[in-house]
Design a protein around this ligand. Structure first.
Ligand SMILES: Nc1ncnc2c1ncn2[C@@H]1O[C@H](COP(=O)(O)OP(=O)(O)OP(=O)(O)O)[C@@H](O)[C@H]1O
Length: 248
């Protein structure tokens, strides 16, 4: 379904003529109906990779294919139209738009109030308290995250990319969030690519990719990757755990 071929993303270094490599020669394929988690140290390049897949950033090198078609030069809108959804690490707010409008817009067709409320309930929000609220700064970060996850569910696209959906979500809601992703996966309504630092989310994945220092340093099933990450995390600190415990 999705294929990244030798993708790099470089930016000019401040006050230098050299370039800084944020992502370096990343290649992988993502099959239909798979749940893939991307993890790795802070600043490793995970969000940049997600943005490149969604079309928010353009790779400086390499190509991206979706169903065999080269989508590297496609805009976010074109990618969304062809079935790629993206949930931001820090969701965008829309003044003057209600939560209902946003879910309705995401669904791409007129849905009933109860249909929209169902999505909110699934992400642990009391629908009647939120459905008519404006998507503005009065909503907390955790509420925004959950509303955004509800909109991605309403879109029901072939590939849903979530950037740290757990960020800012309280512990109780986090348990429910795990079920949301488990259910999405069970329903096999598309592929899920999720950036996460949470063991429980990584545990739900069919496959884990580890991105460190801009490179794909490890890829495998959770049984292959997770034990190495966890044991390294117990005995080590800092960036080296990602390199040491996870090398092929
Ligand atoms: N456009 C840009 N210009 C300069 N530096 C950038 C740019 N985009 C990303 N970076 C840098 O690239 C590195 C990777 O950022 P990215 O947000 O992809 O990391 P991450 O793995 O998602 O981190 P985290 O786990 O903290 O969310 C960071 O050091 C970031 O500051």
């Amino acid at each position: 379904m999705l294929e990244l071929k030798d993708v790099s993303f470089r930016v000019p270094e401040d006050s230098k003529e050299e370039e800084k490599g944020i992502l370096e020669h990343v290649s992988f394929t993502l099959e239909d109906n798979k749940f893939v988690a991307i993890t790795g140290p802070n600043g490793g390049g995970k969000s940049t990779l997600a943005k490149i897949i969604a079309g928010i950033e353009k790779p400086t090198e390499g190509r991206i294919f979706f169903d065999g078609e080269d989508i590297t030069d496609w805009s976010i809108t074109e990618r969304a139209r062809h079935g790629i959804s993206y949930a931001f690490q820090q969701p965008v707010r829309f003044k003057g738009v209600t939560v209902f409008d946003l879910i309705n817009l995401a669904a791409g067709k007129d849905i009933s109030l109860s249909g929209a409320c169902q999505y909110l309930s699934e992400v642990g929000l009391c629908a009647k308290d939120y459905i008519n609220r404006e998507v503005n700064s009065s909503l907390s970060g955790g509420e925004m995250k959950r509303i955004e996850i509800a909109t991605v569910m309403a879109r029901g696209t072939r590939l849903s990319v979530f950037d740290e959906p757990e960020a800012g979500i309280d512990l109780w809601s986090f348990q429910n969030l795990i079920h949301v992703f488990e259910n999405m996966h069970k329903q096999q309504s598309g592929s899920i690519l999720i950036i996460s630092h949470q063991e429980r989310i990584l545990n739900t994945a069919d496959e884990i990719l580890v991105i460190a220092d801009g490179k794909l340093v490890r890829r495998g099933s959770k049984d292959e990757v997770l034990p190495a990450l966890l044991s390294a995390a117990e005995t080590d600190t800092g960036c080296s755990i990602w390199q040491k415990g996870v090398q092929n």
